[in-house]
Design a protein around this ligand. Sequence first.
Ligand code: INI
Length: 155
Amino acid sequence: MAHLEGTLLAANLRLAIAVARFNHFITDRLLDGALQTIVRHGGEADQVTVVRVPGAYELPLAVQQLARSGRYDAVVALGAVIRGATPHFDFVASAAAKGLADVSRETGIPVGFGVLTTDSVEQAIERAGSKSGNKGEEATLTAIEMANLLRTLGE
Ligand code: INI
């Protein structure tokens, strides 16, 4: 029986992070969590490409370009869509989620989904490094694992 799983080693991975500036007081924390995770798993923060975009809605296009470039093994997308802050929450949140899933499948490059979709600022803070972990860390770990898994599957 073949049982394959990606490792969580970031040492030999080329990683990029796209981060939305909207709600930057949250997304800055997600970015810190993402970079710390890379370092904790053997990668180097100064080898990571960080791209900033205006809002979560713009993440799929930037991630698509990064994924298509052939320069990265995985890309992490970070954003915070907060219901209280926008009447078009559902449009922004679903465009980001669907767009990022489409990019990953179309390019074959793993995309870590680190976009918070919350009802309130408090919930976003909880998921950006306080009570309920850090979504940036989680998305980065997922991206690392999937990049290593795809490498193994391709060998
Ligand atoms: N972008 C976000 O990342 N989070 C939000 O909560 C948000 N709100 O509240 O509107 C948001 N809007 C901007 C959007 O992502 C685009 O940048 C904008 O619509 C221009 O295309």
